[in-house]
Design a protein around this ligand. Sequence first.
Ligand SMILES: *Cc1c(COP(=O)(O)O)cnc(C)c1O
Length: 380
Amino acid sequence: MGFATTAIHAGNEPDPTTGSVTVPIYQTSTYAQDGLGRHKGYEYARTQNPTRHALERNIAALEGARFGYAFASGMAAIDATMRLVKAGEHVIVSDNTYGGTYRLFSRILAGYGVEFTYVDTSEVSNVEAAIKTNTTMVFVETPTNPVMIVTDLQAVAEVAHRAGARVVCDNTFMSPYLQQPLEFGVDIVVHSTTKYLNGHSDSVGGVVVLNDEQDAEWLAFVQNGAGAILSPFDSWLVLRGTKTLAVRMEQHDRSGRAVAAFLEEHPKVEKLYYPGSLSHRQHDLAKRQQRGFGGMVAFDLGSLDNARTVLESVRMCTLAESLGGVESLISHPATMTHASVLPETRDRLGITDGLVRISVGLEDTDDIIADLDQALNKIA
Ligand SMILES: *Cc1c(COP(=O)(O)O)cnc(C)c1O
């Protein structure tokens, strides 16, 4: 079956009691049991919920995975994944991950005896050099936010597996429609469903998918034991969202390319960050590993003043954090999403005061470009 068919049907069987074509929102905390030890497989809603299970089967199918677990946020999904690592073990991490991931690792988990090394994973030799005898996980994000650095998943997986370490990929920016990391040997995929998977900017959630049975059992145990589950209503929203993932990502990708091409030619734009551009140093790798380039585009306007002018002059694009929704969102990484990153790290990564990031939405492409054009023309 093709991706769009899977997106619409996996996990979405008509409800056995009523025939309801959409999976009902099972808004219950508990389930009546027929007798002692006799029940329908559902005892308590932290442990089992049919709406959540439907979503978990759906996203697992989209990533080509056997198992899926949904959590209350992307961060909760990443936190649960990190419970596979124990005190005394070592994790190698992309040095330009989502800020919340860096905060979780450096400020919370490091206090429990887990050791982290942050490297530029776009050079696989950096990963190889960072491996230690106690390395049990390599955690990568590709492309990264906001400067769109691409990591070669297959090369990293080979290096990590040789050392006996698992590879986790945060696939939030691409969605399974544009990139399926398990294909390249990655062991575990995490998503913030808040972004493209839900796609409508009206739910916060996360998911973990994987193939290894033992790790899956532990994740199920953590999901129930720590309890950061996705609610039935949010599960239903994301399930509704993934049904249109294929058509949405096609359009995000189409408009993303058009917006990037427009920006690249614009005299006020000093630098473009978009793996779909021929000028991106990893364009070939992105082309090999991804089915498209998506709707995330970043560009440098040279100064805070110029960035502010554009961010405050857009009319249709909304100045806001987050991404992956139907509406175009524009943001200033240095003061918004990446404010907690050390200034010298921001400089090294290219997250300058002039950098602007846009999540290209599903409005008419011409309207998005016209809005950016009028805002760019306000720069003195
Ligand atoms: C948003 C995001 C997260 C965190 O997800 P939440 O749902 O906000 O907790 C993790 N990784 C990436 C790449 C993200 O964009």
